[in-house]
Design a protein around this ligand. Structure first.
Ligand SMILES: [Zn+2]
Length: 242
């Protein structure tokens, strides 16, 4: 059936070639849209990931490695979305990231972004409040499971959870992470393949920091609750959702 559909589409394309005037146009952004930088690299992902940023209130730009964190990001962005996997950043990149966070800008760490800076205690203890364990710590090593059907429940009232109740999602789970006792848990699951907390507010006080563990592939990326969660987290960390 799929093959038949594809060949029909190919015939249609041959009969009706697109004119050079037909170009893709992004949704117009509001003048006060939050400027977002998305750090990517070191881990693959589906293009549907970008659906979360298709919003008039969010003006996002992608910074793949090696450009990610390579310059002073403070003038370019209000919020940094961390969706890369860079276990250790070199000192110049650490400095840029630290200056961004210390200036009070927002940070949203998504899914495998928890694997970034796992050797930088300031980052995982004071900023994000969580760390992927590549090596055993107190007998625990991080593990993951793909294609799990999860029930997610809000753990407390919070502006980020505006319009989000309990929901179901098909996603990857993580287990045996280090999670700081200082985080404020936003969402939990009782699925046994997870630690429980799947979204939280980081302990950092000079800036708003959020970690959202959900978001492995298109199954999660196209879930309206996940999209809303990411958008709300961006707006909240930018100080535009209270
Ligand atoms: Zn994943």
């Amino acid at each position: 059936m799929k093959k038949w559909l594809v060949s029909l589409a190919m015939v249609a394309a041959l009969l009706c070639p697109a004119t050079s005037q037909e170009t893709w146009k992004a949704n117009p952004k509001r003048a006060d849209a939050v400027r977002v930088l998305i750090a990517t690299g070191g881990h693959d992902y589906d293009p549907e990931f970008y659906s979360a940023f298709d919003d008039q209130a969010i003006n996002a730009r992608v910074d793949p490695h090696p450009r990610a964190y390579s310059y002073d990001m403070r003038k370019r962005a209000d919020v940094l979305v961390i969706y890369d996997t860079a276990q250790t950043l070199e000192p110049a990149r650490q400095k840029n990231l630290r200056e961004f966070v210390e200036s009070g800008k927002g940070v949203v760490v998504l899914h495998h972004g928890i694997c970034t800076n796992v050797n930088w205690p300031w980052w995982y203890e004071q900023v994000v409040g969580g760390r992927w364990l590549f090596e055993p710590v107190n007998g625990k090593t991080g593990s993951y499971k793909h294609d799990v059907d999860l029930t997610i429940k809000p753990a407390m009232p919070h502006p980020i959870l505006k319009g989000i109740g309990s929901f179901r999602i098909h996603d990857e789970t993580y287990k045996d992470l280090w999670i700081s006792p200082k985080v404020k848990v936003l969402l939990t699951t009782d699925n046994p393949t997870s630690d429980g907390p799947v979204a939280w507010i980081g302990p950092y006080e000079k800036a708003r920091v959020v970690y959202i563990q959900l978001g492995h592939d298109r199954n999660a990326n196209l879930n309206p609750n996940w999209q809303k969660l990411v958008r709300n987290a961006i707006l909240w960390t930018a100080g535009k959702l209270n």
